[in-house]
Design a protein around this ligand. Structure first.
Ligand code: ACO
Length: 333
């Protein structure tokens, strides 16, 4: 009898653009202050992908190439690319296809997955199922978002929050029980009215009127989203612990979506985790939507040890939210 196959994360890559948009620069653009932004959100600077006609594939491709290099594989070996994004290069074709071509993943099929800030968790869960089925050996999940493309830099309530970045992981079969253990994913379409980009889809195609009405930018009712996020992200992370008969003491790391430092703190509290077990880099990158979680894993990779139990948790537009339990599969060299 063969052992049950689980999907292990075996490599991580990321890409962050060079340009740093600091709170000081934002102070020259809108009526805000470094103090307000830091205390209300935790963000100090974010990266911006500058230049004409540059989309998320330009960040996703190098992130995947980095993980291939680290793992010592050729992009031709990749079976599938799941590209999690709400800012695709174009509405169609899928950015996954554009990335495949850029990196030479000629044997991969791929598709885009839209779940806003929970995109990466949805992608990891989908990718794991492909691996667990036994049919696929190398599945890449890349979270890549260029939020600067849909942020209104005259709206102080949103422009201070977001940044651009990509992060990618490789999933491979494991027969020793390492890897993705369980995910709890949720969604609630009631949230669609509080966090959205109104125009450019089939319901309201782009027109001169939609451009003039600024409907191609993020619309967010911040305090309402905050209220839902702070409760639901904490609740789902706690539910994941309970279902697996774990407490905060069993968890080596919480890897939370980086939307707001106050939401992260509430989640850690609910799980009974001290702050030294929480990955936080919101101060340097802001909210990069589907890239936040893999970007944290990338930055903390050297501290992760084989066997560590880690919890990924997210909340985002949709609403979508969830938590994933991972048994880390390798020690970094
Ligand atoms: N600088 C200075 N003042 C500001 C700024 C700013 N950048 N932004 C808002 N304010 C003002 C408001 O106008 C308001 O002033 P008023 O009282 O005179 O009306 C005051 O500050 C308080 O505004 P609130 O919106 O109530 O501030 P809040 O404490 O809620 O913080 C924030 C706003 C940071 C947006 C918070 O609501 C939040 O983090 N929301 C959740 C974001 C999130 O998690 N999004 C989900 C993921 S995103 C995705 O899925 C794509």
């Amino acid at each position: 009898m063969t052992n049950k196959i689980s999907a292990a994360i075996t490599a991580i890559g990321a890409y962050v653009p060079e340009y740093r948009l600091t709170n000081a620069e934002l102070e020259t653009m809108v009526d805000t202050s470094d103090e307000w932004i830091k205390t209300r959100t935790g963000v100090e600077e974010r990266r911006i992908l500058k230049g004409e006609n540059r989309g998320v594939s330009e960040m996703g491709a190098p992130a995947i190439l980095e993980l291939c290099k680290k793992r010592g594989i050729d992009p031709e070996e990749i079976d599938c690319i799941i590209c999690c994004t709400v800012t695709p290069d174009m509405t169609f074709p899928a950015t996954a296809n554009i990335i495949s071509r850029k990196i030479g993943a000629v044997n991969a099929f791929g598709f885009d997955l839209s779940a806003a800030c929970s995109g990466f968790l949805y992608g990891v869960t989908t990718g794991s199922a492909l691996i667990e089925s036994g049919r696929y050996k190398k599945v890449v999940v890349v979270g890549t978002d260029k939020m600067s493309g849909i942020v209104d830099y005259s709206d102080r309530t949103t422009c201070v929050l977001f940044g651009d970045a990509a992060g990618a992981i490789l999933l491979e079969p494991n027969e020793e029980g390492y890897g993705i253990q369980e995910s709890i994913l949720k969604s609630d379409g009631e949230g669609a009215e509080y966090l959205k980009m109104v125009a450019g889809g089939s319901a309201k195609p782009a027109s001169i009127e939609t451009v003039l009405a600024k409907e191609h930018y993020i619309y967010q009712e911040g305090p309402t989203v905050f209220k839902f996020a702070v409760k639901r992200m904490a609740d789902v992370a706690f539910e994941l612990l309970e279902r697996n008969q774990l407490t905060g003491d069993d968890i080596a790391w919480l890897v939370p979506h980086q939307a707001n430092k106050r939401i992260i703190d509430a989640t850690a509290n609910r799980m009974g985790l001290s702050t030294d077990k929480v990955m936080i880099n919101i101060q340097r990158y802001g909210n990069t939507t589907s890239a936040t979680i893999p970007l944290c894993l990338w930055e903390w990779e050297k501290k992760l040890k084989k066997g560590d139990l880690i919890v990924l948790a997210a909340f985002g537009g949709g609403f979508t939210w969830g938590a994933t339990l991972v048994k880390w599969a390798y020690d970094s060299i």
